[in-house]
Design a protein around this ligand. Structure first.
Ligand SMILES: Nc1ncnc2c1ncn2[C@@H]1O[C@H](COP(=O)(O)OP(=O)(O)OP(=O)(O)O)[C@@H](O)[C@H]1O
Length: 372
């Protein structure tokens, strides 16, 4: 993609090959706990933002992350890009645990390999820098090429994302929302990363430009062979563009499934319920009823996090965290879930609506001591 002779990034862009490839980034048993602000030591609570996450992103694949508000999607995205230090667990980029490195080493190791696109370009771009400087900044910081080569690269990036040369010297505030997000995308691509993480990249934009920005991202992904992690509330879009969809619930990854299998091939009851409530996926839309609200992330339930709302709950669900199960014995299609009583393969949405309506209508909620 580059016309300039910039040094090779740490993580190479994807090569088209059928061979299984080493992950660009791999999380193992990652926890993120936040302390909330309180008036005193004893009023502070611990928010379980991410709990025991295992996830690998491989070259060239698109992984969507879905789940209700507050379930930990952005936290997972920040961990994947190296912006959030885990409370425990390991985060390996190109096979190396980056949180055991010095800050300088970590920046060098990750910096070129991953780009991040945030939800709101109005706040994520430096308001005092013109477009040209915003795009040159990562090249300057990483000491890429000569000054002339960096200027050429800025022009190349602008062309890549469809920005006219005439906006090179204007400030972000003088651009439209769509143009600002194009600048964010160009900045994320400046160092030729192998992986781009897009956290709600279209939700702050006018409806009229959302499709353009989404199409641009997909086009760039294909042209540059990028891996992409796409965080969104827009489940229909996530299903359409992803190879694999990760479902989160209360800080836990509860299922990872090939997008082509969704919605009716999902095996976790929560994935089934979430997709059943999404317009445009089932015809007609037929939401599976759940019991009660999402529990607090400061005091998640014991055992399975979803058990307080599940129609198929048993005592075991409160006693033990379900282990990861693979849908297929060889595990090759990356379809896995954490549930003691997964939805039997081949169960239709209508059957689940029937089951859940009957169960939630007649069972009293299971009473279990909550952890202090
Ligand atoms: N810096 C922080 N301090 C305290 N709590 C935090 C902090 N950041 C996130 N949280 C909490 O961690 C949990 C996960 O937040 P996160 O933003 O990752 O969720 P999300 O799924 O991305 O939410 P949304 O879809 O609304 O953006 C939430 O309960 C949130 O309130």
């Amino acid at each position: 993609m580059s016309a300039t002779s910039l040094p090779t990034p740490v993580v190479e862009p994807a090569e088209p090959t059928a061979e299984p490839r080493e992950p660009i980034v791999e999380l193992h048993d990652v926890y993120v706990l936040h302390r909330t602000r309180g008036s005193g030591m004893f009023n502070r609570a611990r928010v379980h933002a991410l709990t025991g996450a295992d996830l690998a992103i491989r070259p060239g694949e698109t992984v969507g992350i879905v789940g209700e508000s507050g379930c930990g999607k952005s936290t997972l995205a920040k961990v994947l890009v190296g912006l959030q230090r885990p409370t425990s667990g390991t985060v390996a980029f190109a096979g190396k645990d980056v949180w055991s490195m010095s800050t300088a080493e970590r920046r060098r190791h990750i910096g070129a390999g991953v780009g991040m696109i945030f939800q709101d370009p109005a706040t994520s771009l430096n308001r005092r820098m013109p477009v040209r400087e915003i795009l040159r900044d990562p090249l300057d910081v990483h000491g890429r090429g000569t000054r002339r080569q960096r200027e050429d690269r800025v022009a190349e990036l602008m062309a890549l994302v469809g920005l006219p040369r005439s906006v090179a010297d204007v400030l972000p505030s003088q651009l439209s929302g769509g143009q600002r997000q194009r600048v964010s995308i160009a900045r994320a691509l400046a160092l030729e990363p192998g992986l781009v993480i897009a956290d709600e990249p279209t939700s702050a934009l006018d409806v009229s430009v959302r499709a353009q920005i989404l199409n641009l991202l997909l086009d760039l992904k294909d042209r540059l062979g990028l891996a992409m992690v796409f965080v969104s509330h827009d489940i229909q879009t996530v299903k359409r563009i992803s190879d694999r969809v990760v479902t989160m619930y209360l800080g836990r990854i509860v299922e990872q499934a090939p997008a082509a299998l969704l919605p009716e091939g999902a095996r976790h009851p929560y994935t089934r319920a979430l997709f059943s409530a999404t317009p445009g996926l089932l015809s007609p839309i037929d939401p599976i009823p759940l019991v009660g609200p999402v529990p607090s992330a400061t005091n998640p339930p014991s055992g399975c996090p979803f058990r307080t709302r599940c129609w198929n709950v048993t005592d075991l669900c409160a006693q033990e965290l379900p282990p990861v199960q693979h849908a297929n014995a060889d595990g090759e299609d990356h379809h896995e879930f954490r549930c003691h009583h997964p939805v039997p393969a081949g169960t239709s949405n209508a059957e689940l609506v029937e089951l859940a309506s009957t169960a939630t209508g007649r069972t009293t909620p299971l009473h279990v001591e909550e952890p202090a």
